[in-house]
Design a protein around this ligand. Structure first.
Ligand code: SF4
Ligand code: SF4
Length: 172
C-alpha cells in the first residue's frame, strides 16, 4: 500500500466527495423535495431521533479544516455544540454506536450546515427527502464511497478504520 501525507489524502477526499455529490445531484436529487423551499429547513440535521452520522479520522480532519476558516467566535460556538451533543446524547464508543442519535452540532442557525461545501459526511451528501422510495440513491453507491474513504484513511494513517459518531471525532 502506498502511503499518503494527510494533506494529500485530504485533497483526494475532497475530490472523491465532490464527484459523489455531483452524481447524487445529477442523477437523484432532482426527484427529491427542494431544500431551498423547505419550510422545516434543518429538521433533517437537528432531529435527535434520526441523526446518527458516523465519520472517519480523515473526514474529521477535513471538517476541522473547514471550521478553521470561520471567525473565532463561530468556531468556538461550533466546538461548544460538539461538547454539548456528546454530553446531552451520551455519545460513546461503547456498544452499537449507530443506535445512538443526536442533533448535529455542525448545524448553525441562520447558516445551515457549516460543512455543506467542503467536508460534508457521506450520508449527508446522500440524504434528501424523497416521496417515492424507488427514487432514492441505491445503498451500494454510498457503500462503495465508504470503502474508498476507508482506503484513503489507511493510506494516510496506516491504522484500522474507526467509524465514530461525528461529535466524538470532533472533540478537541
Ligand atoms: S433534507 Fe428535507 S428536511 Fe432537510 S432541508 Fe432538505 S427538504 Fe428540508
Ligand atoms: S454534517 Fe451538515 S448536513 Fe450532516 S447532519 Fe450535520 S449539519 Fe446536517
Amino acid at each position: 500500500m502506498k502511503f499518503l501525507s494527510e494533506k494529500r489524502a485530504l485533497e483526494k477526499l475532497h475530490k472523491l466527495k465532490s464527484e459523489y455529490r455531483e452524481t447524487i445531484t445529477d442523477s437523484y436529487e432532482h426527484r427529491a423535495k427542494s431544500c431551498l423551499t423547505c419550510d422545516t429547513k434543518g429538521a433533517c440535521c437537528l432531529d435527535a431521533h434520526f441523526v446518527n452520522v458516523h465519520i472517519t479520522r480523515l473526514e474529521a480532519a477535513a471538517i476541522r479544516k473547514t471550521l478553521s476558516n470561520l471567525p473565532g467566535d463561530r468556531q468556538a460556538e461550533a466546538y461548544r455544540r460538539v461538547e454539548d451533543s456528546i454530553e446531552k446524547y451520551d455519545l460513546t464508543d461503547e456498544g452499537d454506536t449507530f443506535a445512538r442519535t443526536y442533533a448535529c452540532p455542525l448545524f448553525e442557525a441562520g447558516t445551515g450546515c457549516l460543512v455543506h461545501h467542503e467536508g460534508k459526511p457521506l450520508p449527508c451528501i446522500s440524504h434528501a427527502c424523497y416521496e417515492n422510495k424507488d427514487d432514492l440513491p441505491p445503498d451500494e453507491l454510498q457503500i462503495g464511497m465508504e470503502s474508498k474513504v476507508e482506503t484513503l484513511n489507511r493510506r494516510a494513517y496506516g491504522e484500522s478504520i474507526h467509524w465514530r459518531p461525528l461529535p466524538l471525532w470532533l472533540r478537541r
